[in-house]
Design a binder for this molecule. Structure first.
Ligand code: NAD
Length: 480
């Protein structure tokens, strides 16, 4: 197939002079810092756009706008808010191609994924939460919105993480200030334009761009009722300490090191395809990526051989090329982290294997990588690599598999592969994590609460559980 054209997306950027301000109180607002930073295309290294660098004054203005809008937005009632969410969902579908290509240019992920997975799921989140808004007065009669929510998201699924945060919050009657990750702000800014187009009341959604300092200004703002954060465990820890004693509600969706457990009776060919999805989807930059391959001894060699054969067929290249399997890593710093962790894996006795794979010469690319013979305590078996690297180890018994699987500080997700459903169902509840997939992986749905245990954070996004995170009890409403 011919590569996806990026002409319309580049024109969309050019029509805005390649320079983007904050979106505050329903309109574009120049940064008070008078500074913009550059966002680059990681697949080419070329500059894409200039993005406003937010400071505390920008955050103040956005919080004030959100506060001013909140009571009126809540008072509109669920069914009226639902109409806005349906309108947003439909507008996302109308702009799906533009959003998919913008995401690919900004993040480096294959357009096949942004077009077929990210953007359809974004629309689905708004449709689903429009349904909750419609039902709110019956389903959550004794609850009220939390108020003003500050939301901070990472770069790996820029628009999808935005949808996870914004759809439930505004459906419930909250207003929000969202800060996208500094590498990937463009689709959030396009979404701001969509909010304007559908006539969403001013101040309900505010987008303030910038780096960690802008995020921290939001976290520290005294007039915020809740912070919803998705990102690394280290920044999550910092946010927890900064908000301690403030009375702010907090949800944290953090890192992971998820086990992918293959038993001897598994369908190995399906398991190999599962691994491809678990660790090479989005170049492995997925919080719940199956990054630790636990193989039962009897099939370990056979599984590795099959996997290596499959890895030889994976193509890494231009993310706009619809036939490639993997695109670019988001940023040179992330690429360096991956490279050095793989080096550490070899130093600690792991066997590093990569297929012969032609990588583009410009941009940030890394081949699919398998590190076998890894000890469960090795750095690469414990640290989140957040790249296309899977480490493998072996186990003998189901109990040993559970012990190795639970032996990290994380607890986000796990995947269990066996043709014996009794065995799989026996293992699943013993895994200390938020999600367990059986004979599948990386399945998400707007109706299903997603989140982690232990250092993968707390709180859930999606479905009824996700709605409970943006509401607070108001038993007095019963008396009215
Ligand atoms: P990161 O923690 O470096 O940054 C995340 C966001 O926090 C960015 O917007 C950043 O600007 C902001 N930030 C940085 N310092 C801050 C501070 N002191 N105060 C407030 N905000 C601050 O993470 P990343 O590198 O962008 O994303 C990768 C991480 O996100 C991985 O660890 C991944 O596992 C995790 N993640 C988790 C989930 C989940 O649902 N559990 C989903 C996606 C990604």
């Amino acid at each position: 197939p011919a590569p996806e054209s990026c002409e319309a997306a580049l024109q969309w950027i050019a029509a805005r002079q390649g320079k983007f301000d904050h979106f505050i109180d329903g309109d574009w607002t120049k940064p008070q810092s008078k500074k913009w930073f550059e966002s680059r295309n990681p697949a080419t290294g070329e500059p894409l756009a200039k993005i406003a660098a937010g400071n505390t004054k920008d955050v103040d203005a956005a919080v004030a706008a959100a506060r001013k809008a909140q009571k009126g937005w809540s008072a509109l009632g669920g069914p009226a808010r639902a109409r806005f969410l349906y309108a947003l969902a439909r507008a996302i579908q109308r702009n799906a191609r533009l959003l998919a290509v913008l995401e690919t240019l900004d993040n480096g992920k294959p357009v096949r994924e942004t077009r077929d997975i990210d953007i359809p799921l974004v629309a689905r989140h708004f449709y689903h939460h429009a349904g909750w808004a419609q039902l709110q007065e019956q389903e959550f009669a004794e609850f009220e919105p939390m108020g003003v929510i500050g939301q901070i998201i990472p770069w790996n699924f820029p628009l999808l993480m935005l949808a996870w945060k914004i759809a439930s919050a505004i459906a419930a009657g909250n207003t929000v200030i969202l800060k996208p990750a500094e590498y990937t702000s463009l689709t959030a800014l396009c979404f701001a334009e969509i909010c304007k187009d559908v006539g969403l009341p001013a101040g309900v959604v505010n987008i303030v761009t910038g780096d960690g300092k802008t995020g921290e200004a939001l976290v520290k703002h005294p007039d915020i009722d809740k912070i919803a954060f998705t990102g690394s465990t280290d920044v999550g820890r910092r946010i927890r300490s900064v908000t301690a004693g403030s009375g702010k509600h907090l949800t944290l969706e953090l890192g992971g090191k998820s086990p992918f457990i293959v038993f001897e009776d598994a369908d190995l060919d399906s398991a190999v395809e599962g691994v491809v999805d678990a660790i090479w989807f989005n170049q492995g930059q997925v919080c719940c990526a199956g990054s630790r391959l636990l193989l039962q001894e009897g099939i370990a060699e056979r599984m590795i051989a099959k996997l290596q054969k499959r890895m030889e067929t994976l193509r890494v290249g231009d993310p706009l090329d619809k036939s490639i399997d993997m695109g670019a890593i988001v940023d040179p710093v992330q690429l360096e982290t991956i490279t050095s962790l793989v080096g550490k894996g070899a130093e600690e006795g792991g066997i590093v294997w990569q297929p012969e794979c032609k990588l583009p010469t410009a941009g940030c690319f890394y081949p699919p990588t398998l590190i076998s013979n890894v000890a469960p305590a090795a750095t690469v078996a414990q640290a989140e690599i957040f790249g296309p690297v899977i480490v493998s180890m072996t186990f003998r018994t189901p109990d040993e598999a559970v012990a190795i699987a639970n032996n990290t500080r994380y607890g986000l997700a796990a995947s269990v592969w066996s043709e014996n459903i009794n065995l799989a169902l026996d293992i699943a509840p013993k895994l200390d994590c938020g999600v367990v997939w059986i004979n599948s992986t990386n399945q998400f749905d707007a109706a299903c609460g997603f989140g982690g245990n232990r250092e993968s954070g707390y709180g859930r996004e999606g479905g009824h559980e996700g709605m409970m995170e943006v509401l607070k009890p108001n038993f007095l409403s019963k008396l009215q």
